[in-house]
Design a protein around this ligand. Structure first.
Ligand SMILES: CC(C)(COP(=O)(O)OP(=O)(O)OC[C@H]1O[C@@H](n2cnc3c(N)ncnc32)[C@H](O)[C@@H]1OP(=O)(O)O)[C@@H](O)C(=O)NCCC(=O)NCCS
Length: 187
């Protein structure tokens, strides 16, 4: 039976067009297809692309059993047709310093329609309200123009370049560090 996290820090969220809910093992087909898509995984340098079904199950298990509640990933479901279209969430939550890192990915056929900005507005508002986040970090590969554009639209500020930050297949990749502070956030 699928275990569902009951955690007030990560409630189900609703936006105009989306429901953001916990993933379950019943979502494995979507998670496998989504993370094995090279357009989705291309700039996710901290995780190798998914090639086997078992890896998709491991991703879901990871999010179903968060270590001391330090991470969460919502599944983005479109209200109009109940289709899963992407995921987003927080990780590296450091409660002492009121900060966490944000992550997100949308299936390519849903790019360019404002779904991720809509989801992240709700996710950030929830992080500020329920997790009491003061600072949200975002690490983005320097060539990931769509992601950089999204972060700027949300009010994130670029703070620097993390040189050779991730290593994938023996190659190092620079990343930008972006951050949003609670006092700068206009929901
Ligand atoms: C990063 C990523 C989520 C951005 O997706 P996106 O669809 O461009 O993001 P948004 O939801 O902000 O949509 C913005 C676009 O929708 C358009 N749009 C259409 N309707 C809209 C609406 N109602 N509201 C807002 N924007 C709307 C905007 O004009 C913009 O179009 P543009 O790209 O031509 O400028 C996506 O490219 C992705 O998942 N990439 C792979 C994974 C990845 O790189 N993750 C990030 C790692 S750091």
């Amino acid at each position: 039976m699928t275990k569902i996290v009951k955690d007030n820090n990560f409630p189900t969220l609703e936006t105009e067009r989306l429901i953001l809910r916990q993933m379950t093992l019943e979502d494995t087909d979507f998670v496998f297809q989504h993370f094995s898509d090279s357009a989705v995984s291309r700039y996710l340098m901290d995780e190798p692309p998914v090639t086997e079904y078992a890896q998709a199950q491991e991703i879901i298990q990871f999010y179903l059993e968060p270590e001391e509640g330090t991470h969460n990933r919502w599944l983005m479901v479109r209200k109009s047709d109940h289709r899963s279209i992407g995921t987003c969430g927080f990780h590296k939550w450091d409660k002492r310093y009121f900060r966490a890192e944000i992550g997100y990915d949308l299936s390519p056929s849903f790019w360019g329609q404002g779904y991720m900005i809509e989801a992240l507005r709700a996710v950030i508002a929830s992080g500020v309200e329920h997790m009491r986040l003061n600072r949200i970090d975002a690490l983005v590969y320097i060539e990931n123009d769509r992601s950089i554009q999204l972060l700027r639209r949300l009010g994130f500020k670029q703070e620097g370049v993390l040189r050779d930050y991730f290593c994938l297949d023996g190659k190092f990749y620079d990343h930008y560090l972006f951050a949003l502070l609670q006092r700068e956030w206009k929901s």
